[in-house]
Design a protein around this ligand. Structure first.
Ligand code: SAH
Ligand code: SF4
Ligand code: F3S
Length: 450
């Protein structure tokens, strides 16, 4: 608990994807502008902002569990403001549910009015009443993202909001609204500003970055945006996610193959290897389209690493469909993959589909798939041994603080010893060993900017 002459403390707790991580950074910047300063622990916070995710039920349960624990903290610090934002807040009936079951939550806001949080905080603290303000869609005139202070050499940059794809299993279009691209000049200016603060690598974010620009008046597309960003002096690396296979154009492939700054890693969620299931998922491509795309990408971008997302147990998935997925994974040999068990999201078309797959079958299939993918991940990591790779140092390793860690251009985590703190530097590391989650190496020499 803080007294008036001390700066008030804030804490953000973030669930879900990079989009939420990004929004939490924006929230942090707004709170700092209001005079709050970051604190590490819940007990010393005057405001806690929970940024929620509802992609699967497990994500929601984590949030409900956390809210329960925050109640105890609020009991010992009645002045604490608890605010809940993010995708869960956008779900129908959530405001009412919070009002009834979590009365100690002071503010509920959504994904379309993050910028309004300072006003809601003022209302909640003046009137001591619950403020529930969730907008069902984005306002016509969007304000641009408030300026953020960045720390470290990497930053998230949101290039578009929302999603128009309506994959039948997915809740995102309902909670994040329609696709809206940010103006290209705003994006360029934000990145220039970040580079001025020491950022060397940006990851461009959007649910489907490949459809960037479709809603803008100018005829800019994602490839054109990448070319604009390539010219920013001082920016060393560009990443992006997520790519939808349906919208991955030949123009984009040639831009990627010509670019020096865009890194050789593409996250290309396939979701299933069965054309029947892909059709029911409304993904807009079939197994052959996906395999053709992968071949084109591999043929044009030497050393590219490919990662994917797969959903197991989508309604109607039979043994043959599952084996098609196993076979596709075997053919592509992804460098890494995230595999999820299908989870019913109410309000989505798939939740009403018959032939839901029993839990035992889902869990057997996911185990088989993960075991196989792990072998490919290991194989891919083993191939790096002996190579000297460029690593952007992010700081001390999370597991051993006598080591530094950073990522290669193809997005592999590397750990190595160093007496000197090289955070923020691009260095060369000789890879000497490998595991499932990271590579180990030795610093060879300091490259480029040391
Ligand atoms: N826009 C991105 C991903 C967004 S969600 C894309 O289209 O690829 C991240 C991942 O969560 C998805 O790729 C999908 O694999 C998974 N996912 C989404 N809804 C799900 C559900 N209902 N059950 C299980 N996994 C789901
Ligand atoms: Fe969800 Fe599909 Fe949109 Fe990705 S593209 S966010 S999976 S609806
Ligand atoms: Fe979750 Fe929302 Fe991201 S539902 S995965 S935080 S867009």
């Amino acid at each position: 608990m803080n007294t008036d002459n001390k700066k008030k403390g804030y804490l953000t707790i973030t669930f879900g994807c990079q989009m939420n991580e990004h929004d939490s950074e924006v929230i942090a910047a707004m709170l700092e502008k209001m005079g709050y300063s970051a604190v590490e622990d819940r007990q010393s916070a005057d405001i806690i902002v929970v940024n929620t995710c509802c992609i699967r039920e497990t994500a929601e349960n984590k949030v409900f569990g956390l809210l329960g624990r925050l109640r105890k903290i609020k009991e010992s610090n009645p002045n604490l403001i608890i605010a809940m934002g993010g995708c869960m807040s956008q779900q129908e009936g959530m405001g009412k549910r919070i009002k009834e079951r979590f009365r100690y939550v002071d503010i509920v806001f959504g994904t379309h009015n993050v910028n309004k949080l300072p006003e809601f905080i003022a209302q909640a603290s003046e009137k001591r009443r619950q403020v529930i303000e969730v907008w069902s869609s984005a306002p016509e005139e969007m304000e641009d993202i408030p300026e953020r202070k960045v720390s470290g050499p990497r930053a998230w940059v949101c290039i578009m909001y929302g999603c128009n794809n309506f994959c039948t299993y997915c809740i995102v279009p309902y909670v994040r609204g329609r696709e809206r691209s940010r103006n290209q000049h705003d994006i360029v200016n934000e990145i220039k500003n970040m580079v001025g603060q020491g950022v060397k690598e940006v990851t461009l974010l959007g649910q489907n970055v490949n459809s960037y620009g479709k809603d803008l008046d100018s005829d800019i597309d994602f490839s054109d945006l990448l070319v604009m960003l390539e010219n920013i002096e001082g920016l060393e690396r560009i990443r992006f996610m997520t790519s939808h296979p349906r919208d991955f154009s030949d123009k984009l492939i040639s831009t990627l193959s010509e670019s020096k700054k865009v890194c050789e890693h593409i996250h290309l969620p396939v979701q299933s290897g069965s054309s029947t299931i892909l059709k029911h998922m409304n993904r807009g491509y079939d197994r052959e389209d996906y395999l053709r795309l992968v071949n084109k990408i591999k043929g044009s971008i030497p050393g590219v690493s490919l990662t994917t997302d797969i959903i197991i147990g989508f309604p109607g998935e039979n043994e043959k469909d599952f084996l098609d997925t196993m076979d596709l994974v075997r053919q592509v040999k992804f460098d890494g993959g995230f595999v999820f068990v299908y989870n019913k999201r109410s309000g989505t078309p798939a939740a009403k589909m018959s032939q839901q797959v029993p839990d035992e079958i889902k869990s057997k299939r996911i185990q088989d798939l993960i075991a196989m993918q792990n072998e490919f991940t290991l194989e891919s990591n083993e191939k790096e041994v002996g190579k000297v790779l460029e690593v952007l140092v992010e700081g001390k390793s999370k597991t051993r603080d006598d080591r530094l860690s950073g990522r290669t251009r193809n997005n592999k985590l590397v750990m190595f010893d160093s007496d000197e703190d090289l955070t923020g530097k691009l260095v060369s590391v000789k890879i000497t060993d490998f595991g499932l989650t990271h590579l180990g190496g030795e610093l060879v020499f300091l490259s480029k900017d040391h």
